[in-house]
Design a protein around this ligand. Structure first.
Ligand SMILES: [Zn+2]
Length: 99
């Protein structure tokens, strides 16, 4: 789980999940209120997971499985994605870009 760059406290899964839903780059620490930013490495990791999940969903679609089974797999992938994402976060004190 991510740690605040300022106070060093570890965020809970629930806190990280909730901040992920805002889609803001700036994540306010629930303990000290200071702004934290997702590291560029985190961004790339999440992007990689998203691409992998989308690719799996597309492959499942082309496998011509029954629609209900495909929907169940896709729902499972989305739930897995939501469960994994909070563990991938790392924070820094300033917004990072590609170098
Ligand atoms: Zn903090």
């Amino acid at each position: 789980m991510p740690k605040c760059h300022y106070c060093g406290k570890t965020w809970t899964w629930k806190q990280t999940f909730k901040c992920n839903l805002t889609f803001k780059k700036r994540k306010k620490c629930p303990y000290c209120g200071e702004p934290n930013y997702m590291t560029f490495r985190t961004f790339h990791r999440l992007e990689g997971f998203a691409c992998a999940f989308i690719l799996i969903a597309v492959i499942l679609t082309f496998m011509k499985l029954p629609h209900l089974l495909t929907l169940a797999f896709d729902a499972g992938l989305i739930i897995l994605w939501l469960l994994i994402v909070p563990f991938q976060y790392e924070f820094t004190d300033k917004e990072e870009g590609p170098t």
